[in-house]
Design a protein around this ligand. Structure first.
Ligand code: AMP
Length: 192
Protein backbone atom coordinates (compact mmCIF):
# COMPACT_ATOMS: atom_id res chain seq x y z
CA UNK A 1 0.00 0.00 0.00
CA UNK A 2 1.47 3.31 -1.11
CA UNK A 3 -0.36 6.63 -1.04
CA UNK A 4 0.98 9.28 -3.38
CA UNK A 5 0.10 12.90 -4.16
CA UNK A 6 0.77 14.33 -7.60
CA UNK A 7 1.09 18.10 -7.47
CA UNK A 8 1.89 20.66 -10.15
CA UNK A 9 0.57 23.80 -11.81
CA UNK A 10 -2.38 23.69 -14.21
CA UNK A 11 -1.09 22.22 -17.47
CA UNK A 12 1.90 20.45 -15.89
CA UNK A 13 0.74 17.04 -17.16
CA UNK A 14 -0.67 15.67 -13.89
CA UNK A 15 -3.64 14.02 -15.59
CA UNK A 16 -1.51 12.27 -18.24
CA UNK A 17 1.03 11.01 -15.72
CA UNK A 18 -1.70 9.95 -13.27
CA UNK A 19 -3.29 7.78 -15.99
CA UNK A 20 0.03 6.05 -16.59
CA UNK A 21 0.61 5.48 -12.86
CA UNK A 22 -2.86 3.98 -12.50
CA UNK A 23 -2.21 1.66 -15.46
CA UNK A 24 1.18 0.51 -14.22
CA UNK A 25 0.66 0.28 -10.46
CA UNK A 26 -3.11 -0.05 -10.11
CA UNK A 27 -3.54 3.04 -7.94
CA UNK A 28 -7.06 4.02 -6.96
CA UNK A 29 -7.37 7.56 -8.29
CA UNK A 30 -8.70 10.53 -6.36
CA UNK A 31 -8.65 13.23 -9.07
CA UNK A 32 -10.69 15.98 -7.53
CA UNK A 33 -11.05 18.20 -10.63
CA UNK A 34 -12.30 15.24 -12.70
CA UNK A 35 -14.68 14.17 -9.91
CA UNK A 36 -16.10 17.70 -9.71
CA UNK A 37 -16.57 17.87 -13.49
CA UNK A 38 -18.31 14.48 -13.29
CA UNK A 39 -20.74 15.83 -10.67
CA UNK A 40 -21.60 18.69 -13.05
CA UNK A 41 -22.07 16.31 -16.00
CA UNK A 42 -24.31 14.04 -13.91
CA UNK A 43 -26.42 16.95 -12.62
CA UNK A 44 -25.41 16.16 -9.03
CA UNK A 45 -27.02 17.94 -6.08
CA UNK A 46 -24.20 20.51 -5.86
CA UNK A 47 -23.93 21.10 -9.60
CA UNK A 48 -24.73 24.83 -9.60
CA UNK A 49 -22.38 25.57 -6.72
CA UNK A 50 -19.50 23.57 -8.19
CA UNK A 51 -19.99 25.08 -11.63
CA UNK A 52 -19.82 28.62 -10.28
CA UNK A 53 -16.30 28.02 -8.94
CA UNK A 54 -14.83 25.60 -11.44
CA UNK A 55 -15.88 27.60 -14.51
CA UNK A 56 -14.25 30.76 -13.17
CA UNK A 57 -11.03 28.97 -12.22
CA UNK A 58 -11.55 29.32 -8.44
CA UNK A 59 -11.12 26.56 -5.89
CA UNK A 60 -14.42 25.01 -4.81
CA UNK A 61 -15.18 25.49 -1.10
CA UNK A 62 -13.60 22.99 1.28
CA UNK A 63 -16.91 21.54 2.51
CA UNK A 64 -17.52 20.14 -0.99
CA UNK A 65 -14.04 18.78 -1.60
CA UNK A 66 -13.64 17.38 1.91
CA UNK A 67 -16.90 15.46 1.59
CA UNK A 68 -15.80 13.87 -1.70
CA UNK A 69 -12.35 12.97 -0.38
CA UNK A 70 -13.68 11.56 2.90
CA UNK A 71 -16.21 9.35 1.11
CA UNK A 72 -13.54 7.94 -1.21
CA UNK A 73 -10.95 7.34 1.54
CA UNK A 74 -13.67 5.71 3.66
CA UNK A 75 -14.74 3.42 0.79
CA UNK A 76 -11.26 2.32 -0.24
CA UNK A 77 -10.35 -1.35 0.16
CA UNK A 78 -7.78 -1.62 2.98
CA UNK A 79 -4.98 -2.79 0.65
CA UNK A 80 -5.60 -0.17 -2.07
CA UNK A 81 -2.95 2.42 -2.91
CA UNK A 82 -4.29 5.94 -3.44
CA UNK A 83 -3.17 8.48 -6.00
CA UNK A 84 -4.27 12.03 -5.22
CA UNK A 85 -4.27 14.21 -8.33
CA UNK A 86 -5.07 17.88 -7.70
CA UNK A 87 -5.78 17.43 -4.00
CA UNK A 88 -4.58 18.94 -1.70
CA UNK A 89 -4.15 22.40 -3.22
CA UNK A 90 -3.87 24.39 0.01
CA UNK A 91 -2.23 23.95 3.41
CA UNK A 92 -5.66 23.62 5.02
CA UNK A 93 -6.45 20.77 2.61
CA UNK A 94 -3.06 19.13 3.26
CA UNK A 95 -3.68 19.15 7.02
CA UNK A 96 -7.22 17.85 6.48
CA UNK A 97 -5.90 15.01 4.30
CA UNK A 98 -3.29 13.96 6.86
CA UNK A 99 -5.99 13.88 9.58
CA UNK A 100 -8.44 12.06 7.34
CA UNK A 101 -5.89 9.36 6.45
CA UNK A 102 -4.85 8.92 10.09
CA UNK A 103 -8.48 8.10 10.95
CA UNK A 104 -8.25 5.23 8.47
CA UNK A 105 -4.79 4.12 9.66
CA UNK A 106 -3.13 5.40 6.49
CA UNK A 107 -0.67 8.14 5.53
CA UNK A 108 0.90 9.91 2.58
CA UNK A 109 4.13 8.17 1.54
CA UNK A 110 5.37 10.53 -1.13
CA UNK A 111 4.51 13.78 -2.92
CA UNK A 112 5.62 14.05 -6.53
CA UNK A 113 5.96 17.63 -7.72
CA UNK A 114 5.78 18.13 -11.49
CA UNK A 115 7.80 21.28 -11.89
CA UNK A 116 6.95 23.28 -15.02
CA UNK A 117 7.79 27.01 -15.27
CA UNK A 118 5.01 29.47 -16.21
CA UNK A 119 6.32 30.14 -19.73
CA UNK A 120 5.45 26.58 -20.80
CA UNK A 121 2.05 26.44 -19.11
CA UNK A 122 0.04 29.00 -21.06
CA UNK A 123 1.02 27.32 -24.33
CA UNK A 124 0.08 23.87 -23.02
CA UNK A 125 -3.27 25.02 -21.63
CA UNK A 126 -4.22 26.74 -24.88
CA UNK A 127 -3.40 23.55 -26.73
CA UNK A 128 -5.51 21.50 -24.27
CA UNK A 129 -8.41 23.96 -24.78
CA UNK A 130 -8.59 22.91 -28.43
CA UNK A 131 -8.75 19.21 -27.49
CA UNK A 132 -10.79 18.92 -24.29
CA UNK A 133 -13.03 22.02 -24.44
CA UNK A 134 -12.82 22.59 -20.68
CA UNK A 135 -14.59 25.89 -19.84
CA UNK A 136 -11.77 26.86 -17.44
CA UNK A 137 -9.15 26.56 -20.21
CA UNK A 138 -11.00 28.84 -22.59
CA UNK A 139 -9.72 32.32 -21.80
CA UNK A 140 -6.57 33.93 -20.48
CA UNK A 141 -8.38 35.49 -17.53
CA UNK A 142 -9.52 32.10 -16.16
CA UNK A 143 -6.13 30.52 -16.80
CA UNK A 144 -4.36 33.38 -15.02
CA UNK A 145 -6.76 33.05 -12.05
CA UNK A 146 -5.78 29.38 -11.71
CA UNK A 147 -2.07 30.13 -12.01
CA UNK A 148 -2.40 32.84 -9.37
CA UNK A 149 -4.17 30.47 -6.97
CA UNK A 150 -1.51 27.86 -7.63
CA UNK A 151 1.25 30.31 -6.73
CA UNK A 152 -0.47 31.73 -3.66
CA UNK A 153 -2.20 28.68 -2.22
CA UNK A 154 -0.65 25.52 -3.65
CA UNK A 155 3.09 26.25 -3.73
CA UNK A 156 3.23 26.54 0.10
CA UNK A 157 2.20 22.88 0.42
CA UNK A 158 5.57 21.91 -1.08
CA UNK A 159 7.30 23.17 2.07
CA UNK A 160 4.72 21.40 4.20
CA UNK A 161 5.70 18.06 2.61
CA UNK A 162 9.41 18.92 2.37
CA UNK A 163 9.38 19.37 6.15
CA UNK A 164 8.04 15.81 6.38
CA UNK A 165 10.77 14.57 3.96
CA UNK A 166 8.14 13.39 1.51
CA UNK A 167 8.73 15.73 -1.43
CA UNK A 168 10.16 14.54 -4.77
CA UNK A 169 10.69 17.00 -7.62
CA UNK A 170 10.40 15.93 -11.25
CA UNK A 171 11.31 18.14 -14.21
CA UNK A 172 7.93 18.37 -15.99
CA UNK A 173 9.39 20.08 -19.05
CA UNK A 174 11.00 16.82 -20.21
CA UNK A 175 9.29 14.61 -22.83
CA UNK A 176 6.23 12.75 -21.48
CA UNK A 177 8.01 9.37 -21.42
CA UNK A 178 11.00 10.82 -19.57
CA UNK A 179 8.70 12.32 -16.94
CA UNK A 180 6.99 8.93 -16.58
CA UNK A 181 10.36 7.24 -16.10
CA UNK A 182 11.38 9.72 -13.41
CA UNK A 183 8.08 9.17 -11.58
CA UNK A 184 8.42 5.38 -11.81
CA UNK A 185 11.92 5.54 -10.34
CA UNK A 186 10.53 7.43 -7.33
CA UNK A 187 7.61 5.05 -6.85
CA UNK A 188 9.78 1.95 -7.21
CA UNK A 189 12.12 3.34 -4.57
CA UNK A 190 9.23 4.10 -2.22
CA UNK A 191 7.85 0.60 -2.65
CA UNK A 192 11.10 -1.04 -1.50
P1 AMP B 1 -8.00 20.21 -12.33
O1 AMP B 1 -8.78 19.22 -13.14
O2 AMP B 1 -7.12 19.55 -11.30
O3 AMP B 1 -7.24 21.20 -13.19
O4 AMP B 1 -9.05 21.08 -11.49
C1 AMP B 1 -10.03 21.86 -12.16
C2 AMP B 1 -10.79 22.72 -11.16
O5 AMP B 1 -11.45 21.89 -10.19
C3 AMP B 1 -9.98 23.70 -10.35
O6 AMP B 1 -9.67 24.89 -11.06
C4 AMP B 1 -10.95 23.95 -9.19
O7 AMP B 1 -12.02 24.78 -9.58
C5 AMP B 1 -11.50 22.56 -8.93
N1 AMP B 1 -10.62 21.83 -8.01
C6 AMP B 1 -9.77 20.81 -8.32
N2 AMP B 1 -9.08 20.40 -7.24
C7 AMP B 1 -9.47 21.21 -6.22
C8 AMP B 1 -9.11 21.32 -4.84
N3 AMP B 1 -8.17 20.54 -4.30
N4 AMP B 1 -9.75 22.25 -4.09
C9 AMP B 1 -10.69 23.04 -4.62
N5 AMP B 1 -11.06 23.02 -5.91
C10 AMP B 1 -10.47 22.12 -6.71
Amino acid sequence: MLNIILVGPPGSGKGTQAERMIQKYGFMSIALGALLRQQIAENGANKARIEEYINSGQLVPDDLSFQIVTELVQAKPSNASLLFDGFPRTIVQAIFLDDCLVSYHAKIDGVIFLDVPDVHLLKRLKHRATIEARPDDQDDHKIKARMHIYQQETLPILNYYQDQNKLYRVDGTEAIDEVTKAIETIIDRLKL
